[in-house]
Design a protein around this ligand. Structure first.
Ligand code: SF4
Length: 225
């Protein structure tokens, strides 16, 4: 079903997920590129298997490991040429695990964002201390760690103590209709004004990730010394 819907979307024109642009170039044949290469004429490293995405996502342009897959530092210079929607779906999942299916579930009203307190209540062992974070500290952390231009491109749906963590983030960070890439790249914004843009698939964060929880732990530890 997910593949059927993806196919329908791609028939309507190129789509953009995070930093990817995906398009059907001829019936049943698809190309995925980094958005920076979307209109590029330069020679790109061509791959023919979705599994190549696993290598592309691993390191940024400087060779640093990308622990956070939603970070706006996906390297460019490659092109995936794929022969089926199944391969396209797999590749998107390798780049951004669960992004497309989460968005479809969100559209069907089947997504319930998880409050940070709930996430922290489930923590055990060395992460149990995370439950001591204050709302103010968590808000400050979200503003620093999740910001789109240097942290993460996902749109936040979760809350802190029932409230949107918007003290240090723009309201667009919580709007599934807003383009998080525009927050981090002025050139793309200008390019977008100049021409047609791919249809954007919102890239959602339903629950604070493990890396966020690990940062919460660091803050609690520092403040408990
Ligand atoms: S909590 Fe969500 S928005 Fe923040 S860094 Fe993790 S995945 Fe990205």
């Amino acid at each position: 079903m997910i593949e059927q819907l993806l196919e329908e979307y791609l028939r309507g024109g190129p789509i953009n997920v995070g930093e990817l642009v995906v398009r059907e170039v001829e019936p049943g044949r698809f190309v995925i590129r980094h958005w920076k290469d979307d209109k590029s004429l330069q020679t790109l490293a061509v791959e023919h298997d979705s599994i190549a995405a696993l290598e592309i996502v691993r390191y940024d342009e400087q060779g640093n490991y990308r622990a956070l897959k939603g970070a706006p530092n996906l390297r460019s210079g490659w092109e995936l040429r794929l022969d089926s929607v199944r391969e396209v779906r797999q590749a998107i999942d390798y780049f951004y695990p669960g992004a497309f299916s989460t968005w479809l579930a969100f559209n069907r009203g089947e997504i319930t964002p998880v409050d940070l307190r709930q996430t922290l209540t489930r923590q055990t062992g060395m992460y149990r201390v995370t439950q001591r974070i204050t709302g103010f500290q968590a808000d400050e952390l979200a503003g620093r760690f999740c910001q789109s231009h240097s942290g993460c491109l996902r749109t936040i749906l979760w809350t802190i103590d029932g409230k949107t963590p918007d003290k240090y983030l723009p309201l667009s960070k919580f709007d599934p209709q807003a383009d998080q890439l525009e927050e981090c790249d002025q050139k793309r914004t200008e390019d977008g004004r100049a021409g047609a843009r791919p249809h954007r698939v919102p890239f959602l964060c339903v629950e604070a990730c493990n890396l966020f929880v690990a940062e919460v732990r660091k803050i609690v530890k520092v403040h408990s010394k």
